[in-house]
Write a protein that binds this ligand. Structure first.
Ligand SMILES: [Zn+2]
Ligand SMILES: [Zn+2]
Length: 158
C-alpha cells in the first residue's frame, strides 16, 4: 500500500511496499513504456507538524529505442530516494522541494513520489543497445552494427 493513513504514521514509521503494474494509473500520461511491474520499497515517517518523510527505492524496466540505431532496448531503472518530504505547510505549496499535502489530509500517498522520481530517472536514461553501438549510417540509414554500408565501402580502385 502506498497510501498511508496519517494516524498510522503518527504511531511510528510505516513500511510501504508495492508492486505497480505497467497500466497502473500512477504512470498515466508519462509516456513510459514499462516492460515489467515497478516495485516500491520504503518507509514513511512523521518528521514535524504536518510534515512526513519518505525514503525508499524504486525498481522497474523501461522499454525504449536505442538512440543510435533504434533497436528496441529494455533498460533497468533503479532509483534510490533519500528524502521525499510531504508538507501541509501552505508556504511549502509553491516549493518544488516538497510534495504538497492538503491541510488535515487524512492520508499520505507515496504514489506521487513514485510517479515523479521514476519518470525523472527513466527520462534521464541514455538508452543504447550496447555501449559501442555503431548506429545508423546518416546517408543511407543502414544499421552499421551489421557491417559497413555501401557509402562506407572504399571505392574499387580503377
Ligand atoms: Zn544501438
Ligand atoms: Zn550508408
Amino acid at each position: 500500500m502506498l497510501c498511508v493513513d496519517i494516524r498510522e504514521i503518527h504511531r511510528g514509521p510505516v513500511r510501504t511496499s508495492a508492486e505497480l503494474q505497467p497500466e497502473d494509473p500512477t504512470f498515466d500520461g508519462l509516456g513510459l513504456d514499462l516492460a515489467a511491474p515497478v516495485t516500491v520499497q520504503g518507509q514513511l515517517q512523521a518528521t514535524g507538524a504536518g510534515e512526513y518523510l519518505w525514503r525508499g527505492r524504486l525498481h522497474g524496466l523501461v522499454r525504449g529505442e536505442c538512440r543510435r540505431c533504434l533497436t528496441e532496448v529494455i533498460d533497468e531503472v533503479d532509483v534510490e530516494v533519500d528524502a521525499a518530504v510531504f508538507s501541509s505547510d501552505p508556504e511549502a505549496a509553491d516549493d518544488p522541494g516538497f510534495y504538497p499535502l492538503p491541510e488535515r489530509a487524512p492520508a499520505v500517498d507515496v504514489g506521487a513520489v513514485v510517479r515523479e522520481e521514476f519518470a525523472l530517472a527513466a527520462q534521464a536514461h541514455f538508452l543504447l543497445c550496447r555501449e559501442d553501438c555503431a548506429g545508423l549510417c546518416p546517408k543511407c540509414g543502414a544499421d552499421l552494427n551489421a557491417g559497413p554500408c555501401a557509402c562506407h565501402t572504399p571505392a574499387e580502385p580503377v
